[in-house]
Design a protein around this ligand. Structure first.
Ligand code: G4P
Length: 517
C-alpha cells in the first residue's frame, strides 16, 4: 500500500481489514494522539508527528463474492519521502501494489516517485482514487493525468456515480450495475452496499447515473477497459474509486486483490533463475525492525516466503553465512499484535524475533541453496557526524550504532580520519536522523549529538586505487560503508561535476537514487 502522505493509506488499510472482518470495529485496536487510530501506525514518534515511519505486515482471509477464500498479505509503507528506502525494501517483497491518490490533489511528488519504483521493479499497480466524498477533481481529468504524467493507461473497473463530494456509489464497469453506497455514522462499521440492476439505476441515482454510463462508454471507446496482460506487464493500471473514511468502495478493492492481483509465483534469484513457489522453502528478509514494543525491546526480522512451506522450529540455512538458523521464535505480525506462527506459504510474511544475525536482503532456505538479490541501499543526500554525549556509555554507543546500521535506519559511514568515536550517519531524508537519535537515547541508552556535514551527493568509488588521490581533494571526503562500498561525498552536484571534468580517469558510479538525483 503506497501513497503520498495523507492520501488515506492508514485509513484504507484499516477499512480493508474491517471489511475482511478481521476486526469488528475500525479504531478498536489502539489510539493515536489526537487522531483516529489505525491498526498499522504505532511508534511513539509516529503518534507525536502523525506520520507513518515504520511499515507493517498484516494478513487476513477474505471471502470473495464468488465464495472463494483468499489470504491477503498486506504490507503498509511509510508515506514520507524521508523513509523511501524503507518503502523500497517493502516493495521488494510484494507481488502488486495499491497506489492511493487523493481525489483533490491528483498525482503528488511522492506518488510519482513510487510509481517509478514500481515500474523499475515491474510491480503491477492497482490505483485507488480516494476521498471521493470530498470535493475534488473530475474523474476523467484524473485519468488523463495518470496517462500523461506516468505513461500508465488507466483502466477503471468502477466509475463514480456523482462528482467528488457528492458520491452516490459506483458503476461496476464489468458487470454494468450500480453499486449504491449508504453513509453510516462516522464510517465506523462496514458501509452497506446495494447492487442495483442497470434498468433501475436511473431511478435510483438520476442524471448522475446517465453521466457515469456515458463517461464509461467514452472510456471503452478509448480502449480503457481492464486488460490482464498489460496490467501484469505494468503498462496499464486498474482504477477504483473509494472513500476510505466512509468505507465506500473497499469491498471492490478486496475483490480486485483476490481476483485480479497476481498470486505468488516464485522469485528470481541473484543469477536471474526463478525459484518456483513449489520448490523447497526459501524466504528473504526485507525489513528489520526493533523497538516495536517498549516492554520487550526486541527486534523482528520480516521475511517474505518465496517458495515452499514454512514450519516453525525447523532449521534453515542463512545464505549469507552458511550457518544454521533456528526458527523457534517465528511470529505472525498483525499491526501491533503478534502471535506464534506455525506454518507459512509463499507470499506470507514471517516475523522472526531475536534474529540478531539477519539484515535486510538476507536469504534463508531449506534443502536446495538459493540466494536472492541484495536490496540496494539508496544514495544518501544528508550526512551528519554522530557523537555520544556521555563518554561512559561508549559500549552502548557502539552497540547502538551497529544495531541501527543493521536495521537500515541510517547508513553508517566510517573513515580513519574521523575514527570509530565519530561515525557519520548518511540518510535519504533528515527525518531518518531524528529516528536514529530518538532510538539511541530512548531505547539504546546512548544519547547522541548530530553535527550536520555540508555534503549532498555521494558516488561509489569504482577502483580502490583512486582512494588515496580522492582523500587529498578538498572538494570531497571518502568513507567506507558497512557493505564495503567506498563512497566519495561532495557538497554539491556542481562540485562533483567539476571534479569529474578535471579528473576524467577517476571512475565514480551513481548509487540507486531515491528521487530525482
Ligand atoms: P496516510 O496514512 O496516507 O498518511 O493518511 P491517513 O489515513 O492518516 O489519512 C489522512 C487524513 O485523511 C486523515 O484525516 C483521514 O481521516 C483523512 N481521510 C482518509 N481517507 C479519507 C476519505 O476517504 N475521505 C475523507 N474525507 N478523508 C479521508 P486527519 O484530519 O489527519 O485525521 P482525522 O481527524 O480526520 O481522523
Amino acid at each position: 500500500m503506497i501513497s503520498h502522505p495523507d492520501a488515506g493509506k492508514s485509513t484504507l488499510t484499516e477499512a480493508l481489514v474491517l471489511h475482511a472482518k478481521a476486526i469488528t470495529e475500525a479504531g478498536a485496536i489502539h489510539g493515536k494522539a489526537g487522531r483516529r487510530s489505525t491498526v498499522s501506525d504505532w511508534m511513539e514518534m509516529e503518534k507525536a508527528r502523525g506520520i507513518s515511519i515504520t511499515s507493517t505486515a498484516m494478513q487476513f482471509p477474505y471471502q470473495t463474492n464468488t465464495g472463494e477464500t483468499c489470504i491477503v498479505n498486506l504490507l503498509d509503507t511509510p508515506g514520507h519521502a524521508d523513509f523511501s528506502e524503507d518503502t523500497y525494501r517493502v516493495l521488494t517483497a510484494v507481488d502488486s501494489a495499491v497506489m492511493l491518490i487523493d481525489a483533490a490533489k491528483g498525482l503528488e511528488p511522492q506518488t510519482l516517485k513510487l510509481f517509478e519504483v514500481c515500474r523499475l521493479r515491474r510491480i503491477p499497480i492497482i490505483t485507488v482514487v480516494n476521498k471521493w466524498d470530498r470535493p475534488g477533481r473530475h474523474a476523467l481529468e484524473l485519468m488523463d493525468e495518470i496517462q500523461a504524467r506516468i505513461g500508465l493507461r488507466p483502466t477503471p473497473l468502477t466509475w463514480p456515480v456523482g462528482i467528488a463530494g457528492d458520491f452516490k456509489g459506483v458503476l461496476d464497469r464489468r458487470a454494468g450495475n450500480f453499486i449504491r453506497f449508504t453513509r453510516t455514522a462516522g464510517g465506523a462499521t462496514a458501509a452497506p452496499e446495494e447492487h442495483i440492476d442497470p434498468s433501475r439505476a436511473h431511478e435510483a441515482a438520476g442524471i448522475d447515473w446517465d453521466t457515469a454510463v456515458e463517461e464509461s462508454e467514452l472510456l471503452s471507446a478509448d480502449g480503457a477497459d481492464f486488460d490482464a496482460e498489460t496490467f501484469f506487464n505494468c503498462t496499464s493500471t486498474p482504477v477504483l474509486f473509494t472513500s476510505a473514511a466512509l468505507n465506500f468502495g473497499v469491498n471492490q478493492l478486496l475483490d480486485v486483490l483476490a481476483q485480479l492481483a497476481p498470486s505468488p509465483n516464485g522469485q528470481l534469484d541473484v543469477d536471474g533463475n526463478r525459484r518456483e513457489a513449489s520448490a523447497p522453502f526459501s524466504a528473504f528478509v526485507f525489513k528489520v525492525q526493533a523497538g516495536m514494543d517498549s516492554n520487550h525491546r526486541d527486534r523482528i526480522a520480516y521475511a517474505r516466503v518465496c517458495s515452499g512451506t514454512f514450519e516453525r522450529g525447523e532449521v534453515l540455512t542463512h545464505a549469507a553465512t552458511g550457518k544454521p538458523f533456528v526458527t523457534k521464535y517465528a511470529q505472525s505480525v498483525f499491526g501491533q499484535q503478534r502471535s506464534t506462527l506455525d506454518t507459512a506459504w509463499p507470499g506470507d510474511v514471517i516475523g522472526l524475533a531475536n534474529a540478531a544475525a539477519l539484515r535486510p536482503g538476507d536469504t534463508l532456505y531449506r534443502d536446495i541453496p538459493v540466494q536472492y538479490p541484495p536490496i540496494p541501499s539508496f544514495s544518501p543526500e544528508h550526512f551528519a557526524v554522530a557523537r555520544g554525549t556521555d563518554p561512559s556509555k561508549h559500549k552502548q554507543f557502539r552497540k547502538g550504532i551497529a544495531q541501527l546500521e543493521q536495521e537500515g535506519v541510517v547508513q553508517v559511514l566510517r573513515s580513519d580520519r574521523r575514527g570509530e568515536q565519530a561515525p557519520v550517519f548518511a540518510a535519504v531524508g533528515p527525518m531518518q536522523f531524528e529516528v536514529a537519535s530518538h532510538r539511541m537515547a530512548a531505547e539504546l541508552s546512548a544519547p547522541i549529538q548530530l553535527e550536520p556535514l555540508p555534503y549532498q551527493v555521494a558516488r561509489a568509488v569504482v577502483d580502490p586505487a583512486d582512494v588515496e588521490f580522492l582523500q587529498r581533494q578538498p572538494s570531497c571526503e571518502v568513507f567506507t560503508r558497512t557493505d564495503g562500498v567506498i563512497l566519495a561525498v561532495f557538497s554539491t552536484k556542481w562540485r562533483l561535476e567539476g571534479f569529474q571534468r578535471d579528473n576524467p580517469k577517476v571512475q565514480l558510479e551513481s548509487l540507486v537514487a531515491a528521487g530525482d538525483d
